[in-house]
Each structure stands twice: as structure tokens, then as C-alpha cells.
Design a protein around this ligand. Structure first.
Ligand SMILES: *Cc1c(COP(=O)(O)O)cnc(C)c1O
Length: 217
């Protein structure tokens, strides 16, 4: 699918939900994609991208930044504390704040360098054993803890279980965000971004629908 097509589907979903045009940011998830595909999307004028891994992002984006102005990079994958500093220097937003140790590490580095990317707390809405994220029952306390550390928490993020109706998870995430006074909702991927927009997504993370399937081989 083309970038243009995704943009028009987003606009249609916003309109249908009675939301303002442009209320949803499109994060083009470029992980694992070959540079030619990423460059093509940059040349179409898109500037907001998502990466899963700090290492991969560090190898790819500094060069693109020399060539294209205004790139905004979002880290959406699990973050090790020993990569936090590099992540903070590289990205404008981190969507995977998922544990107290990472929060305190980011807070310490932010003090030191005098800046901090926008942060999203990842919530494990499906309470899946293998998945990262704060459990829904612990989310309020964790958001409060992050605020106590002066962290710029802008919203919440979730990745619904593959075998469940995603809209239930989007609705739950929206409820937790609302009661915590958080405006940002990072939810929705290639297969479900329209229902995420219907439920208030402010950031959708769309990879394969823009770039094609990822080739891990
Ligand atoms: C890879 C990834 C995406 C994009 O997935 P697609 O199905 O390709 O759109 C979104 N969010 C996260 C956290 C991801 O790791």
C-alpha cells in the first residue's frame, strides 16, 4: 500500500470518528526495512519514523538526518537500561517505558543532559506473560512514580495480543489514560489502525502496510 493510501485511510477514520483532521500522527515503522524503501518514503515527504532497536536506529538515522531535515524518530521496542542514554540522544520519543528501573535511569540521564524525549508508558493490556509493559492494575501508580521523577510522560502505549479483538485493548488503554490525565495514545498497527483511531489513538505505528513485509531472512 502506498503512503498516500494510508494517509487517506487515516483521514477517513478521523472523520468517521468525529475527530479533528490531523489528530493522529502516523509513525512509519521502518525496522528491518532496506534503506531504499525508507528513502522512498522520506522522498515522499514523510518525516516521522519508528524503530524497534537502538542499535539499528543508530546505524540508519544519523546519515538520513544529514540528508533530510526535520526527521522525528520514535523508539517503540523494548529498551535495555544500558542503551537508555543512546536512545535518548537519538530519539524524540520513547514508547516503551515499562519498568521502574528504566524510569529512574532515564530520569538520571535527563538531569545530566538537560533534555528528555517524550515518553509513553507501555501497558501490557492483555496481561501476557511474554510481553513487556506495566500491568493495567499497576499503571496508575507507575504513572505517578514517573511524574514524581519529573519525567515527561505524554501518554500510554499498548500492543494487543495477536489473537484478541484489539478494540477491547484500545478502549482499556484509553480509559487508563483518561483517568491519569494523559492525552497521548500510541496504539494501532497495520492491521488495526483504523479501529485505534476510532478509539482515540494519537499515534499509530504502521510498518508493513507502508513498506511491505519485513524480510528477516
Ligand atoms: C513492528 C511494530 C509495529 C508495526 O507493525 P506492522 O504490523 O508492520 O504495522 C508497531 N508497533 C511495534 C511496537 C512494533 O514492534
Amino acid at each position: 500500500m502506498s503512503l498516500e493510501e494510508i494517509r487517506s485511510r487515516i483521514a477517513a477514520a478521523e472523520e468517521k470518528a468525529g475527530r479533528a483532521a490531523g489528530a493522529t500522527k502516523l509513525i512509519a515503522v521502518s525496522k528491518v526495512q532496506p534503506n531504499e524503501r525508507v528513502r522512498a518514503v522520506l522522498e515522499e515527504g514523510h518525516r516521522i519514523f519508528g524503530e524497534n532497536k537502538v542499535q539499528e536506529a543508530a546505524g540508519k538515522w544519523p546519515a538520513f538526518r544529514e540528508e533530510f531535515d526535520g526527521i522525528e524518530l520514535h523508539l517503540i521496542g523494548p529498551l535495555q537500561t544500558n542503551k537508555a542514554r543512546q536512545a535518548m540522544e537519538l530519539a524524540q520519543a520513547i514508547h516503551s517505558l515499562d519498568r521502574p528501573k528504566l524510569a529512574s535511569t532515564i530520569a538520571r540521564i535527563a538531569q545530566e543532559i538537560g533534555s528528555c524525549p517524550d515518553l509513553f508508558v507501555q501497558v501490557n493490556t492483555g496481561e501476557e506473560e511474554q510481553k513487556a509493559g506495566i500491568l493495567p492494575a499497576d499503571a496508575d501508580a507507575f504513572v505517578a512514580e514517573c511524574r514524581g521523577l519529573d519525567l515527561p510522560v505524554k501518554g500510554l502505549m499498548c500492543i494487543p495480543p495477536v489473537d484478541e479483538e484489539p478494540s477491547l485493548h484500545f478502549a482499556l488503554l484509553g480509559k487508563i489514560a483518561a483517568r491519569n490525565g494523559l492525552a497521548g495514545l500510541s496504539m494501532g498497527m497495520s492491521s488495526d489502525f483504523e479501529s485505534a483511531i476510532a478509539l482515540g489513538a494519537t499515534h499509530v505505528r504502521v510498518g508493513s502496510a507502508i513498506f511491505g513485509e519485513r524480510d528477516y531472512g
